[in-house]
Design a protein around this ligand. Structure first.
Ligand code: F6R
Length: 609
């Protein structure tokens, strides 16, 4: 949610800022802007819309200078426009600020500053920060920022410059992510590692309540109160290629094709060589603690929440522990019953989702053991949880999550088996059978990907419709929800996912001639019931695409077309059934001429509540 980048060094900063912003565009793309120290002082250029618009402006009138900050915006306060774009400044135009987060008390601050004679030009909360810093400035930008933050409440990652001190860049982190990149004679700030990866692999990850003073020759880390801190440098070992499209037309397509590797890497060394046991050695959670778990809460947002729904089925089936799932933005407000025997599992690809992080903190505050499933090592969620299962999906850039989701499923399978082994709820034979099937998944995903052309044909037909339904029972319902979300977010086709048996309690009224219905029927025990529900929609004119398992005959007679996934255990089928749905959304989005990787109104990392 908004991307920040900053540079102080000897090179021309414009290029570095623009390249960094392009890497962060997944965090928001309503507008972009940069501020650079030039021979004529602090110069700002902003443009509504994609970074390409800013780039065109900068091509016409480049900004020459070796210190600058940049921002790509996901609008919260104030509509996308040039004037609401960052960097923001004060009336003297001597101070410049980029901000990710929300200043909750900005109205009060704005009133106070207005009373003192400050004039505001934008509708944003951020503009108060530049005015506040200008108001408090007494010759030292570091001190002015330190004073300013004591007046601000909410979430803020900041990059701050002042024309009075052109050799200093101040960075702040409070409840919004920020990293510092360390170079030779140059230093960087960024909301995320890809922004600076082209220039350095050495980073400091700031914690909440910390700030940094960057000069060309060094970086000082300190608390917001000014107490110096030392921090181990984090060496990024993933490749820049991971942050590129690697020949694919879109990041989403690349990430769909990355999935076999993501499955293998997430399983990695977590399965014993003879395939008889799962070894989650990284867990602090002891066998005794596992035996004491009385309930599990799984908390997440969006796609990660859908992975959590699969996780609930998996854990309840394999380990027989009662599991509740909660959308993170609701969790804290429903007074959940959390005891010290509650295991709270938070799921977050980015590890920075504000609601998930808030739920994690609430659960910890109430004494629960918190286990995070996340894809980003060093993320806030990873650092604050008691236990972490890292999903090794690699960097996910497309706004629509694909490999992030499926690697979360793999993490849940591993966890479910780990709990079952410890509790003895599955026999050794059953565990080995599940592990064998788990290991077959990557090759089976490759098989499905080999049929992408067939899915493309179906998707192009579906793209002509404005409404669509997904139905399924049990685990198929959880996958239906994910398929529906994926389709909505990138194709803008209105779709709804329903438990197949629930449709006739109202929603069946919406089924009319030729409406596409995608029926998931991979669960053998529920097959007959799902077929009955398929007949109900067919009788009302629906055109049904069935997603079933190879060898299935009955279902094929009841639907208009079928896509078959390879045979696996019922409990593992979500990891296969979702692949055709991802491809379907991708090709439907393409057919509608949408920007697949950057769907309207959305951003990748949702760091505001
Ligand atoms: C949809 C999607 C979102 C995220 C959600 C949580 O494709 O990506 O629904 O799943 O915003 O994000 P993380 O997993 O980063 O917490």
């Amino acid at each position: 949610m908004c991307g920040i980048v900053g540079y102080i060094g000897k090179r021309n900063s414009q290029e570095i800022l623009l390249e960094g912003l392009k890497k962060l565009e997944y965090r928001g793309y309503d507008s972009a802007g940069v501020a650079v120290f030039t021979a004529d002082g602090l110069q700002i250029k902003k443009a509504k819309g994609r970074i390409a618009n800013l780039e065109s402006k900068l091509e016409e009138t480049p900004l020459q200078g070796s210190v600058g900050i940049g921002h790509t915006r996901w609008a919260t306060h104030g509509k996308p426009s040039d004037v609401n774009s960052h960097p923001h400044t004060d009336n003297s135009l001597k101070f410049s600020v980029v901000h990710n987060g929300i200043i909750e008390n900005y109205i009060t601050l704005k009133e106070e500053l207005t009373a003192k004679g400050h004039n505001f030009v934008s509708e944003t909360d951020t503009e108060v920060i530049s005015h506040l810093i200008a108001d408090l400035y007494e010759g030292d930008i570091l001190k002015a920022v330190q004073k300013a933050v004591t007046h601000m409440t909410g979430a803020f990652a900041l990059g701050v410059l002042t024309e009075y001190e052109p050799d200093r860049l101040v960075a702040v982190r409070q409840a919004s992510p920020l990293i510092i990149g360390i170079g030779e004679g140059e230093n960087f700030i960024g909301s995320d590692i890809p922004a600076i990866l082209e220039y350095t692999r050495n980073v400091f990850i700031l914690n909440d309540g910390e700030m940094a003073l960057l000069t060309r020759d060094g970086v000082e880390l300190m608390t917001l109160e000014g107490n110096f801190i030392s921090r181990e440098m984090f060496h990024v070992d993933w490749d820049i290629i991971t942050a590129e499209k690697a020949g694919y037309d879109h990041f989403m397509l690349k990430e769909i094709y990355d999935q076999p590797k993501a499955y293998r890497d997430t399983m990695g060394s977590r399965i014993s060589t003879d395939g008889s046991a799962v070894t989650l050695n990284e867990l602090v959670l002891s066998a005794e603690a596992i035996r004491n778990i009385s309930r599990i809460h799984i908390v997440a947002c969006g796609t990660a929440y859908h992975a959590g729904m699969v996780g609930k089925y998996v854990i309840e089936k394999l380990a027989r522990i009662p599991v509740e799932t909660d959308v993170a933005s609701e969790y804290r407000y429903r007074s959940p019953i959390i005891t010290k025997d509650t295991l709270v599992i938070v799921v977050s690809q980015s590890g920075e989702t504000a609601d998930t992080l808030a739920a994690l903190r609430e659960a910890k505050h109430q004494g629960a053991h918190v286990l995070a499933i996340t894809n980003v090592v060093g993320s806030s969620v990873a650092r604050e949880a008691d236990d972490v299962i890292t999903t090794w999906a690699g960097l996910e850039i497309a706004v629509a999550s694909t490999k992030g989701y499926t690697s979360q499923l793999i993490a849940f399978y591993l966890l479910g088996l780990h709990l079952a082994q410890t509790l003895g709820t599955q026999s050794a034979v059953e565990i080995k059978e599940a592990i064998t099937a788990l290991r077959e998944l990557p090759a089976q995903v490759e098989e499905i990907l080999g049929q992408a052309e067939a899915i493309k044909v179906v998707a192009e037909e579906m793209a002509k419709h404005d409404n669509l339904f997904f139905i399924g029972r049990g685990l198929d319902y959880a996958v239906a929800l994910e398929g529906s979300l994926k389709l909505k977010e990138i194709s803008y086709i209105h779709s709804e996912a329903y438990p197949a048996g629930e449709l006739k309690h109202g929603t069946l009224a919406l089924i009319e001639d030729d409406i596409p219905v995608i029926a998931l029927a991979t669960q053998h025990e529920l097959q007959e019931k799902t077929v009955s529900n398929i007949k109900e929609v067919k009788a009302r004119g629906a055109n049904v695409l069935g997603i079933a398992v190879e060898g299935e005959r009955e279902l094929q007679k009841s639907v208009d077309s079928t896509f078959l996934i390879p045979k696996t255990l019922d409990v593992l089928s979500p990891a296969l059934a979702v692949i055709p749905l991802q491809l379907l959304s991708y090709y439907a989005s393409l057919a509608r001429g949408n920007d697949v990787d950057k769907p309207r109104n959305l951003a990748k990392s949702v760091t505001v509540e």
